[in-house]
Design a protein around this ligand. Structure first.
Ligand SMILES: C[S@@+](CC[C@H](N)C(=O)[O-])C[C@H]1O[C@@H](n2cnc3c(N)ncnc32)[C@H](O)[C@@H]1O
Length: 268
């Protein structure tokens, strides 16, 4: 089954787009009305993006990409789902930033040729991106190759530790060092909503060490690695909402990292 991972995952993601666009989780009407889609720490860690070229790998419907465009970046979003890219293009027009936003359909591993050798001040990705990729070393090479001299790669991801916990978020039930793809057949997306038609998906677990080492070996210089004690959705029942889109363990309960962010620079 994992041999067909690219086809299965692309079909599954094509199916999810209509469900996501119609649902509350991604809240497209709110986004069109001006809602910011980025996490509060991101602008601080990345700095001013005005006038800078920003490539968002695995951009989905483009809300994060376009949130950077709203802050003044010239953005390119890339995703292998033609449905996602078409929704993102429409969204860019709806919010009036189509002049500084373009979207490209491509497998992330083929991004260099899809983008014609262009390099970017900022390569941005994450939040449910790496689990869809079998080879994190290959991903790191591609992502790093797209960073211009003096530019940065900024990765914000769900912490791999969260994948070893049970549904309650209380016990370790899965091997952190698991390797190999896992095939799932599940009729719904994580957002809920209508049933999907193409339900097979393949995911991979990558440890924090693997990800950081893969990036360090590309020659990028790692400038920060932050582990966050909150996430963006009620991943475990015990998490409490503590901000508009922040969910944390209750006071007094031991915490584990729920997200991480990493900034790495190509020396000028
Ligand atoms: C969970 S979403 C990322 C969401 C994004 N961070 C956001 O908040 O909008 C994962 C995205 O990765 C894309 N994707 C998965 N595998 C891919 C691949 N091999 N190449 C390009 N895009 C891929 C999917 O189409 C989907 O849009």
């Amino acid at each position: 089954m994992t041999d067909d991972w690219l086809r299965h995952n692309r079909e599954n993601w094509d199916d999810r787009v209509g469900v996501h666009a119609a649902g509350d989780f991604y809240d497209l009407p709110g986004f069109r009305a001006g809602a910011d889609h980025l996490r509060p720490f991101e602008a601080g860690e990345l700095g001013d993006v005005t006038g800078r070229s920003l490539l968002h790998l695995q951009c989905h419907m483009g809300q994060d990409t376009l949130s950077w465009a709203r802050r003044g970046a010239r953005v390119t979003g890339l995703d292998f789902s033609a449905e996602a890219v078409s929704t993102a293009r429409a969204l860019a027009a709806d919010i009036g930033v189509a002049d500084r936003a373009r979207f490209v359909v491509s497998d992330v591993y083929e991004a260099e040729s899809a983008l014609g050798g262009e390099r970017f001040d900022i390569v941005y990705t994450g939040l449910g991106a790496l689990v869809w990729l079998p080879d994190v070393t290959r991903w790191a090479r591609v992502a790093a190759s797209l960073v211009a001299e003096g530019g940065v790669l900024y990765l914000v991801e769900f912490h791999p530790f969260t994948e070893v916990l049970d549904e309650a978020g209380e016990s370790v039930v899965t091997d952190y060092f698991l390797t190999g793809g896992e095939t799932y057949d599940f009729p719904y997306s994580y957002t809920g909503g209508a049933e999907l038609t193409r339900t097979v998906q393949v995911q991979w677990h990558h440890t924090l060490g693997e990800i950081v080492t893969a990036l360090a070996r590309t020659g990028l210089v790692i400038e920060l690695l932050t582990e966050h004690d909150f996430t963006m959705w009620p991943r475990f029942p015990a998490l409490e909402r503590s901000g508009e889109r922040e969910f944390r363990f209750p006071a007094g309960q031991p915490r584990v990292p729920l997200m991480f962010s990493l900034r790495a620079r190509r020396p000028a």
